[in-house]
Ligand binder design. Structure first.
Ligand code: NAG
Ligand code: NAG
Ligand code: NAG
Ligand code: NAG
Ligand code: NAG
Ligand code: ZN
Length: 482
């Protein structure tokens, strides 16, 4: 019987080991503890796999509009959330970053698709080179980075921000943004990453439609039916690929979006030039929520010119922005914000380009809400939930991946019902079961007895043999790999 128990096999940072001439009883205590620790380690190594897919601008009710057999299959096999309240402003970049951070835009710092930083005199634009300046993204840490810091591998196919080195980290595997790369190529790449030698456990996939068609055609156009049916076919392609590679039953698949879309009209255009001279301010971002940076000393003049100018438009001083938007506490939010009512467009002059569909409005509006379906071993089957907030997705994904979430604005308990009960991974403290359970109590008692036994023995060892103390703190025992 080998009595030499080396704790290096449990934690690589520890160098102490127990002296060999101890009693069989003592060593069996340690052995039992070691088995317990190794078992929890093994459980963590068998990582759950997660694929997060965003179809940009896929409004929640598009699935009811034409037959969408692939979305239906995911709902039957998994869960559907009817209304996901996304974060203000309901634009692409802010919301994609919210999905992977659980933070409102004012906290994660990507407050708009087009931003200006007054202190650094820098402009961020979706199609401009500043997107690759990691500084814009570093007010938060996205999930793919946290996953990698825990020793796992992430892969991203075009997810906004995923080709930027954030905090020095690119995803383990990623594609540089290129809108011309077909959906099928992105899928093939992700599947290779899940199966490859440097296998990922967390993948992200982004597709530009139906947002683009929604803007061009307007969501009420009958032509959108074709676009939605095509998205369903793309989802079908992904399902087939996952099935043919044996991943379908292993990977947790979440299909969602950043925002919805609403119909616009040529009769609902507000021209800012009518009310205030463009010499008095700089215009940041686009309709329906526009940042206004007044020229030096012109804030009150611009504000009073716009204040009661049009019943379909509101202007807020930054400090007046409604609290429920959680859109105030960031330097990148301009001193004045203009917001127009649903369906309205604000421009400086009517000669600017006009779209038939748009998003960005109040995040309480149903038209702004994205689709949400998910299936896989972590999810319940055939379950419909009425409501969640998009900030809750981050703690949900952390739970599936067995990662400790960073501080965020979401709540796991609000969405826990989407998960099968056993999927809750290695928590830092034993969970309080919904129904008090006998097995849980016995397990806890045994565990506590084991730890106390070990500690008693440890004290004995130190006092009797004057070993170097081992700083085996509680947190190191319970989260060896985190
Ligand atoms: C801000 O940057 C622009 C060029 O990006 C430059 O033209 C302008 O002078 C700068 N303004 C200040 C105040 O530095
Ligand atoms: C973008 O992807 C298309 C299609 O795969 C390819 O032809 C093109 O060269 C790519 N562009 C860049 C800049 O890589
Ligand atoms: C639109 O009108 C404004 C004001 O009349 C003018 O300054 C601007 O050049 C025009 N833009 C285009 C694209 O015609
Ligand atoms: C946003 O919509 C909600 C729900 O309709 C409403 O209560 C709230 O006042 C709206 N906020 C603003 C600023 O219009
Ligand atoms: C969102 O979470 C961050 C990080 O915990 C926190 O600093 C911020 O105050 C939260 N925002 C709200 C509105 O609670
Ligand atoms: Zn979008």
């Amino acid at each position: 019987m080998n009595q030499n128990i080396d704790f290096d096999s449990v934690s690589p940072n520890r160098t102490s080991s127990i002296m060999p001439e101890e009693s069989v009883i003592k060593s069996s205590f340690l052995r039992a503890l070691l088995v317990l620790l190794q078992a929890s380690g093994a459980q963590l190594e068998e990582q759950s796999q997660l694929l997060l897919l965003s179809f940009d601008g896929f409004r929640w009710d598009y699935v009811n509009r034409v037959p969408t057999p692939n979305f239906r299959a995911l709902m039957d096999e998994g869960v559907q959330v009817e209304h996901v309240e996304n974060t203000y402003i309901t634009k692409t970049y802010p919301n994609h970053y919210t999905l992977v951070t659980g933070l409102h835009a004012e906290t994660h710092g990507i407050v708009a698709n087009e931003m200006y930083d007054r202190i650094h005199n820098r402009s961020f634009s979706m199609d401009g080179p500043e997107v690759y300046n990691s500084w814009w993204w570093e007010e938060a840490v996205p999930l793919w980075v946290t996953n990698q810091k825990a020793g796992r591998k992430s892969g991203a196919a075009m997810w906004p921000g995923s080709d930027v080195a954030i905090g020095g980290f690119h995803p383990t595997h990623f594609l540089s943004y290129n809108a011309s790369v077909p959906f099928e190529t992105r899928v093939a790449q992700l599947i290779d990453w899940f199966l490859g030698p440097d296998a990922i456990n967390f993948g992200m996939l982004y597709w530009e439609e139906p947002d683009e068609s929604g803007h061009n055609l307007g969501p009420e156009s009958p032509l959108m039916d074709v676009v939605i049916a095509d998205i369903d076919e793309k989802l079908g392609f992904l399902r087939d690929k996952l099935k043919s590679t044996g991943l379908y039953e292993k990977v947790n698949l979440i299909v969602t979006s950043d925002h919805g879309m609403t119909q616009l009209s040529h009769d609902k255009i507000i021209e800012l030039d009518t009310y205030v001279s463009r010499d008095l301010y700089t215009w940041i971002d686009k309709s329906p929520v526009v940042g206004i940076l007044p020229k030096e000393g012109k804030l009150e003049e611009v504000y009073s010119s716009l204040k009661n100018a049009n019943p379909n438009m509101v202007v807020y001083k930054k400090e007046e922005i409604p609290d429920h938007y959680h859109y105030k506490h960031n330097l990148r939010i301009m001193p004045l914000i203009v917001e127009v009512k649903e369906g309205w467009t604000v421009m400086q002059n009517r000669n600017e380009s006009f779209m038939l569909g748009n998003h960005g409005y109040n995040n309480s509006l149903p038209s702004m809400h994205p689709v949400f379906v998910a299936r896989g071993p972590a999810f319940r089957r055939d379950y419909t939930k009425a409501f969640m907030r998009s900030v809750d997705l981050y703690p949900l994904m952390c739970s599936i991946l067995g990662l400790k979430p960073l501080p965020n604005n979401g709540s796991l308990s609000s969405v826990q019902d989407l998960l099968v009960e056993t999927s809750t991974p290695m928590p830092l403290v034993p969970p309080i079961p919904r129904e008090p359970s006998y097995a849980w109590a016995v397990g806890s008692l045994l565990g506590a007895a084991l730890v106390i036994g070990f500690l008693l023995m440890f004290v004995q060892q130190v006092t009797q043999r004057q070993l170097r103390p081992m700083h085996l703190s509680n947190s190191e025992i319970t989260q060896p790999l985190l």
